[in-house]
Design a protein around this ligand. Structure first.
Ligand SMILES: Cc1cc2nc3c(=O)[nH]c(=O)nc-3n(C[C@H](O)[C@H](O)[C@H](O)COP(=O)(O)OP(=O)(O)OC[C@H]3O[C@@H](n4cnc5c(N)ncnc54)[C@H](O)[C@@H]3O)c2cc1C
Length: 344
């Protein structure tokens, strides 16, 4: 009888791992404090190696059936367009978290997984327990408070499948979803706590009055039910090998959202954890060996990517560095492709 695995966190990483293990016949329990379906703060733009993980795990078709859209082009703005819409070096997938998390939860249960939703794990993290709890809240990052906002809207016309708008205190991504819906999601920083985000989100997400972003959103019909916000984000890269617990996804480390690669890392880390956990479950490896193997694979896959992403994130919050970076990317398609690939 294989040993069972407990996964704490039923987000993308936890459910993908749960599905992968169930496909191998391993008993799995997932604890999720929230309930499905639910909206999450996310740009809802999946790009990079995680798409290949989804394909190998047989989940890509399910995502397509749940309602996704292929993104082929991107355009960057800082009040005005920085360069015309460009083809993405590799196509990306846009799907709402409302649909995606729900699809994964249903798939996990369909495969015989034991899902405790609306149930917060209060226990410790020891043998056979995987942490997939998402970002670890840290109130102040380098003196700045980082927070994220997202809302869906209709009546927003885009010039590319993904538009990225740089604003004074952060950036806002506009991503075309199926059914004429657009996801509007931003990451911002503030030196002080920002109260009442539920009331002031429009001001943050709209940009300056003279900006293209402002005009894009001017006639938007917002889906207020989809609004969500998060604060206490830390983008300091972490190495898996230094962590006490067996962690995947944002629970391991968070990549700056500007890369649109966090979900990919959630899928990839989940996939990399399957074989080591299988060996543990069958009694072929100790927990220490299993945890070490997962951490080693994650660090090998993510360390360089995190380094590049941290550099880009830092540059974007510096007026001079951001201008240079954007100018280089605008002038040189090679550099644009290179930055895209290095953060994926
Ligand atoms: C502003 C912003 C924009 C982003 N845009 C993009 C983008 O466009 N593309 C992209 O790829 N990535 C993006 N990301 C990152 C992406 O959202 C995350 O990387 C991804 O959600 C990580 O998945 P996860 O499963 O690790 O964590 P989550 O999806 O956060 O799931 C963790 C789950 O664990 C649960 N949980 C936590 N603690 C417990 C507990 N004790 N007991 C039970 N359950 C618990 C939570 O309820 C949650 O459901 C963005 C992030 C931000 C902040």
């Amino acid at each position: 009888m294989p040993k069972s695995i407990t996964i704490v966190g039923g987000g993308l990483a936890g459910l993908t791992l749960g599905i992968g293990l169930r496909k191998k016949g391993i008993p799995v329990t997932v604890w999720e404090s929230g309930c499905y379906p639910r909206h999450r703060v996310c740009g809802e733009f999946i790009s990079g190696r995680g798409l290949r993980s989804l394909k190998r795990l047989g989940l890509l078709e399910g995502f397509q059936a749940a309602g996704s859209r292929t993104a082929q082009t991107a355009q960057f703005f800082s009040e005005k367009p920085l360069f015309p819409a460009r083809p993405l070096p590799d196509p990306a997938l846009c799907i709402s978290r409302f649909a995606m998390d729900d699809f994964l939860a249903c798939e996990f249960q369909h495969l015989g997984g034991d899902l405790h939703s609306g149930a917060r794990w209060q226990g410790t993290f020891g043998e056979s327990i995987v942490r997939a709890t998402g970002r670890r809240a840290e109130p102040v990052a380098e003196g700045w408070r980082l927070f994220g906002l997202k809302i869906h809207a209709r009546e927003v016309t885009l010039a590319a499948d993904l538009e990225m708008h740089f604003v004074a205190s952060g950036y806002v991504g506009l991503c075309q979803l199926p059914g004429s819906e657009v996801n509007i999601c931003g990451l911002f920083r503030s030196a002080t706590t920002v109260p009442d985000l539920a009331k002031t989100w429009n001001r943050w997400l709209s940009g300056a009055e003279s900006s293209v972003l402002h005009s894009r959103i001017a006639d938007a019909q917002f889906d207020n039910e989809s609004f969500c916000s998060i604060a206490g984000i830390s983008l300091t890269p972490k190495r898996a090998i230094n962590q006490k617990e067996c962690s995947i996804g944002d629970g391991l480390t968070m990549i700056p959202p500007v890369t649109g690669n966090g979900m990919s890392m959630a899928f990839e880390s989940a996939e990399m954890a399957i074989e080591p956990l299988l060996s543990f479950s069958r009694g072929l490896a100790s927990w220490a060996e299993t945890q070490h193997e997962i951490a080693r694979a994650c660090d090998a896959a993510f360390t360089q990517r995190l380094r590049w992403a941290a550099l880009i994130q830092k540059a974007l919050f510096n007026q001079v560095a951001s201008k240079i970076l954007i100018l280089i990317a605008a002038k040189s398609p090679w550099m644009w492709n290179s930055l895209f690939q290095r953060t994926r």
